[in-house]
Design a protein around this ligand. Structure first.
Ligand SMILES: Nc1ncnc2c1ncn2[C@@H]1O[C@H](COP(=O)(O)OP(=O)(O)OP(=O)(O)O)[C@@H](O)[C@H]1O
Ligand SMILES: [Mg+2]
Length: 249
């Protein structure tokens, strides 16, 4: 059974179709296709991102990239069995383990970029949609539409964005960041730093500087930056994240 999940989803100019097994209803693969300059550019980023990721990841993403005509590109992505997404609106306390697995997987994949100021960027390491997990406590990064390896972004910016995203969700529910969350965020950022995967450009005021770099390189998001939690979160929470990193207690 094949169905179209979305057309021009979030203004991305990509068509997404999903193939499910008609008996088990299990998703087998997805196909992303595009016919516009912006859409094709996202498909090419996805293709380059998957190639880059597969070089370092134990769990490979199987894909079929097709340039049908000069203005019709598509990519089919096979689903990796056993991997699941975290449910949206999961409270921060239940996310802790998954955030730790995400940071650890980042450390594993970006290993060659230790002590480097700049590194390739996934660009949309959203815990809910684009990080997947299995029962063996493995993480996998999918959805490479915003991948950029021109190395203009500081090493470690992806996990800082993931952290900001989940803080933002917490502030929507509780109107504040709890002390427990702040302590946990600090631990995550310190772990990244201990692994030498936090650029000197993000060591002071990581959240504020991450936002600064996103704004200075907005073209990476191909018009979709408005979706980014890092740009939506009120500045006072950005300051709170940065404060705890400089003044842990
Ligand atoms: N290799 C994979 N193995 C298992 N599941 C995958 C894989 N790739 C993608 N998925 C699943 O398909 C979903 C959609 O894929 P992807 O994130 O690449 O597209 P998207 O453009 O973000 O679509 P959406 O708007 O639906 O999130 C993912 O959130 C994930 O649940
Ligand atoms: Mg996605």
């Amino acid at each position: 059974m094949k169905y179209i999940k979305g057309v021009h989803r979030h203004g991305s100019e990509i068509f997404l179709s999903v193939l499910k097994d008609s008996k088990s209803l299990e998703t087998m693969n997805i196909t992303k296709s595009a016919t516009t300059i912006k859409g094709i550019s996202s498909i090419i980023s996805e293709y380059n991102g998957i190639i880059w990721y597969n070089k370092y990841s134990k769990n490979k993403i199987r894909y079929n990239f097709e340039k049908k005509t000069k203005d019709y590109y598509r990519i089919k992505i096979e689903f990796n069995k056993g991997f699941f997404n975290i449910r949206p609106n999961t409270p921060y306390i239940d996310l802790k383990k998954y955030l730790e697995l995400t940071i650890n997987h980042y450390i594993e994949i970006w290993n060659e970029y230790k002590n480097k100021e700049y590194a390739p960027i996934h660009g949309d390491l959203s815990l809910v949609g684009n990080v997947m997990f299995n029962n063996n406590e493995e993480a996998m990064f999918v959805d490479w539409e915003q991948f950029d390896n021109s190395s203009v972004m500081p090493t470690g910016i992806d996990p800082i964005m993931t952290i900001i995203e989940n803080v933002w969700y917490e502030t929507i529910i509780h109107k504040k960041i709890t002390d427990d969350t702040l302590q946990h965020i600090n631990k995550l950022i310190q772990n990244l730093n201990k692994a030498n995967l936090l650029s000197p450009l993000l060591q002071k005021k990581p959240a504020q500087n991450a936002v600064k770099f996103i704004k200075a390189n907005i073209e990476i998001w191909k018009g979709q930056h408005y979706k980014l939690p890092s740009l939506k979160i009120p500045n006072k929470f950005i300051e709170e994240i940065d404060y705890i990193v400089t003044n842990p207690h």
